[in-house]
Design a protein around this ligand. Structure first.
Ligand SMILES: C[S@@+](CC[C@H](N)C(=O)[O-])C[C@H]1O[C@@H](n2cnc3c(N)ncnc32)[C@H](O)[C@@H]1O
Length: 304
């Protein structure tokens, strides 16, 4: 987009995704976060030619990119611009009751994170937006300018795990009394001042945790994930596989809890006793894989 040659996304843990999803003859696979189509391509290339893939993403820029990237696979691919929390509905519309594998590669794509105009970036000024799907009703600016100080503190502490959440919330409320915060740069300045650190002083940007927290709140990431996971056991065939990559501890905790609960019910069997993480070499080669944690499970029986 915008004339850049930067990749849309660089998928993490591709080898583990393909080997754990184990695509087999005649299978139907869902990539619930198709993004730029990197994982989807690897799955389709590794899979027998009669397998099909349903790629879901709620960002129209992702769907456009995936359409180009996966064009050569023709009718093996169906792309749907939707929230993955509507997984069941998407499959119903396609008249597919159950599938052989489902992949979630959570969080934003590299494209979303670095494109200044999307409002996620700590390195480019832009509107305080942060919606992965631009049909969502609330932008980051709405939360920053309208939430109570207590609500801001909760969001920043809970989703960003930011120890200075209280000071940051206070500083935001003080700053917005003078004028509403409308850009990423304005917010970065307020946060950096509240923390008492300037940009470049530490390895990570002082506003990193606050930006992450707002992004999770704007996109209701934890709620969407929980809503999607609830539908997974019923939508997998027995023998079907679920693979989830998360990057934030709140997501990974949600996934771990979900897998344990359904293993306890005798429906899923966890395939990864410990999460699969990228090697040092992968992180060096692909910095966006940093922090990735992959967990996988197989459906072993129908729900009781
Ligand atoms: C980390 S990227 C996936 C990249 C992809 N695996 C690839 O190889 O290019 C995550 C993608 O999931 C999408 N996404 C996040 N939450 C979503 C949701 N609730 N519904 C649909 N798509 C979602 C984002 O828009 C983003 O494009």
């Amino acid at each position: 987009m915008e004339g850049t040659k930067r990749p849309f996304h660089r998928p993490a843990l591709v080898g583990a995704v393909v080997s754990l999803l184990k695509p087999e003859r005649g299978g139907i696979y869902v990539d619930a976060t198709v993004g730029g189509g990197g994982h989807a391509r690897a799955i389709l290339e590794a899979a027998p030619p009669d397998t099909r893939l349903i790629g879901i993403d709620w960002d129209e820029e992702a769907i456009f990119t995936a359409r180009d990237e996966l064009e050569e696979f023709g009718e093996r691919v169906i792309l749907v611009r939707e929230n993955f929390a509507r997984l069941g509905r998407i499959l119903d519309v396609l008249a597919i009751p159950q599938v052989d594998g489902i992949l979630f590669d959570l969080g934003p794509s590299l494209h979303q994170l670095v494109s200044g105009y999307r409002g996620f970036s700590l390195h480019a000024d832009g509107p305080l937006d942060m919606r992965m799907d631009r049909r969502l009703p609330l932008k980051a600016a709405d939360i920053v300018n309208r939430a109570t100080e207590e609500e801001l503190e909760r969001i920043i502490r809970e989703y960003g795990e930011e120890p200075k959440a209280r000071a940051i919330a206070k500083a935001i409320v003080k700053a917005r009394k003078e004028r509403p915060l409308g850009t990423t740069l304005q917010l970065m300045e307020v946060v950096s001042k509240a923390i008492g650190k300037s940009v470049g002083q530490d390895y990570i940007h002082p506003a990193t945790r606050t930006f992450m927290a707002l992004r999770i709140a704007v996109n209701k990431e934890v709620e969407q994930l929980k809503a999607a996971l609830e539908q997974v056991p019923g939508r997998l065939k027995v023998g079907g596989r679920l693979v989830i990559i998360s990057y934030q501890s709140i997501e990974d905790r949600t996934v771990k809890h979900f897998l344990k609960e359904w293993e306890g019910r005798g429906v899923l069997k966890i395939l990864t006793k410990k999460p699969v993480v990228p090697t040092k070499e992968e992180v060096e080669e692909n910095p966006s894989s940093r922090g990735a944690k992959l967990r996988a499970a197989e459906k072993v029986s129908e729900e009781g």
